[in-house]
Design a protein around this ligand. Structure first.
Ligand SMILES: Cc1cc2nc3c(=O)[nH]c(=O)nc-3n(C[C@H](O)[C@H](O)[C@H](O)COP(=O)(O)OP(=O)(O)OC[C@H]3O[C@@H](n4cnc5c(N)ncnc54)[C@H](O)[C@@H]3O)c2cc1C
Ligand code: SF4
Ligand code: SF4
Length: 411
């Protein structure tokens, strides 16, 4: 879908081509002056979860309680903007915080992701310096955004107080590079991320969901086990997860990178803004003193409350792990007959895990998926790529390291 060329995009320089790297989500490092450091900063090549948690939080995650699932945090909230922003993925907390950072002069620039002028779903990294322009970054795009390539332009322009909004694979590399960037101040707003794929593949998925894929303006995997679609004419539709056309997707629909990514909740950010633990609202994990500053910028605009937790995840995760083991490298497709799916979907919504228990469910499922994906597709990478915390998450489901798969924290 074509949209008018925005001044924001014109102000952002074209990026260098990305050289080929195996297991790469094109975070932008390989297109930048830091390209030679992919081998040291990449979450797929040289992940350093413990060392970077130590760097950012002054400690690693606790071995008990919710930090086991979500990484280090100081406070956790169910949250919503009192006046949701048009075009936002949820209520727009993420882009509103960035607007406030720019409006109050706390940063010179924000690195974020807007839509490509030719395709609303294609991510396009941008440098934002005017608060009002953050509105162009609202909403989720599907695909890889070489966000960190813009660090060079920020340096050339003398921007030394930055905010970066990114997904975990971008934030991992950013934190690993942080000390060499010579920044006076860096705020990192992270979103959880899962099941990303290329923009082309995402268009194929949309075409399977509806005869009018070009009219879709919004898609989200809700915490009530349904996908929400919104259309240009204002209508919307909810599709239960179980009725998604997963069987029709090619086996490699989700790339190996996104199926073997272990930091679902973006634990190296100052503030994580997601929805999984929010029971229909947003979900905030305030991780650092800077994260506290970010939330304070919203004052009364934001409604905060304690997140709830209901249900029991164990059966759901165990069933998922069994499905994954059976699907040997493909997509986990449920064996339930067509007629039973609406009923199972209803039961999931009624009795399935909710709030923080839903978030824990998803984190455990993703850890299991990562381990089984690597065991099947890149066994030689397991030792290096799988953090200890992921093995701890899957231990209750009978998944344990085999010889040669054990984790070592690589200095
Ligand atoms: C591919 C993907 C998968 C996600 N999966 C989950 C999930 O499983 N669970 C969960 O709780 N949350 C997930 N999120 C985050 C969630 O969709 C919301 O973006 C988040 O809750 C913030 O909502 P908001 O209304 O505050 O954002 P908005 O104010 O609308 O801002 C959205 C922000 O997302 C950024 N963004 C958009 N697309 C991309 C992209 N492709 N790459 C990097 N940054 C991007 C933009 O820079 C913008 O700042 C995912 C996000 C993405 C991009
Ligand atoms: S650091 Fe970024 S660009 Fe480099 S290999 Fe990793 S994901 Fe790709
Ligand atoms: S799922 Fe993980 S690897 Fe894939 S884009 Fe999201 S954060 Fe990056």
């Amino acid at each position: 879908m074509a949209v008018a060329m925005l001044p924001l995009l014109e102000a952002t320089p074209p990026l260098a081509e990305a050289p080929h790297r195996d297991l790469c989500t094109d975070c932008g490092v390989s297109r930048s002056s830091h390209a030679s450091q992919c081998g040291k900063v990449c979450q797929f090549i040289h992940p350093r979860y413990d060392a970077l948690e130590q760097q950012v939080h002054g400690r690693t995650r606790k071995a008990e309680g919710d930090e086991v699932f979500f990484g280090p945090f100081r406070a956790m909230y169910r949250a919503a903007l009192r006046a949701p922003l048009a075009g936002a993925q949820w209520t727009g907390i993420t882009t509103r915080i960035a607007e406030r950072l720019l409006a109050t002069g706390a940063v010179d620039a924000v690195l974020a992701v807007a839509s490509d002028p030719a395709d609303r779903w294609r991510p396009r990294p941008v440098i934002v310096t005017e608060a009002a322009d953050m509105a162009q970054c609202r909403g989720m795009k599907m695909g890889y955004a070489p966000l960190l390539a813009l660090l060079d332009t920020c340096a050339e322009r003398g921007y030394r107080r930055l905010a970066v909004i990114g997904v975990a694979c971008q934030v991992h590399a950013l934190r690993a590079l942080e000390a060499q960037l010579g920044l006076e101040r860096l705020y990192v707003i992270g979103t959880p991320c899962s099941d990303n794929t290329t923009t082309e593949r995402f268009h194929q998925f949309l075409a399977l969901l509806t005869p009018n894929p070009e009219a879709v303006t919004y898609l989200e995997f809700l915490a009530d086990y349904r996908v929400e679609l919104r259309f240009a004419d204002g209508s919307h539709r909810h599709i239960p997860f179980l009725q998604l056309p997963i069987r029709q997707l090619p086996k490699d629909f989700f790339p190996t990178t996104c199926r073997s990514c272990f930091d679902y909740t973006n634990s190296l950010s100052d503030l994580t803004v997601g929805y999984m633990g929010g029971e229909g609202d947003q979900w905030l994990l305030v991780r650092t003193a800077r994260g506290e500053e970010l939330v304070a910028l919203l004052g009364d605009e934001i409604r905060l409350s304690a997140p709830g937790a209901r249900g029991d995840r164990v059966g759901a995760v165990r069933g998922f792990v069994q499905l994954l083991e059976r699907s040997v490298g493909g997509l986990p497709v449920r064996g339930a007959p067509e007629w039973a799916r609406p009923l199972i979907g209803w039961a999931q919504r009624r009795f399935g895990p909710k709030g923080l228990e839903f978030a824990r469910t998803r984190v455990e499922m993703k850890a299991a998926e990562g381990i089984l994906t690597l065991r099947h597709e890149r066994p030689h990478r397991m030792k290096r790529m799988i953090p200890n915390f992921a093995w701890r998450l899957v231990a209750p489901y009978g998944l344990a390291p085999r010889t040669g798969e054990t984790v070592e924290e690589i200095a």
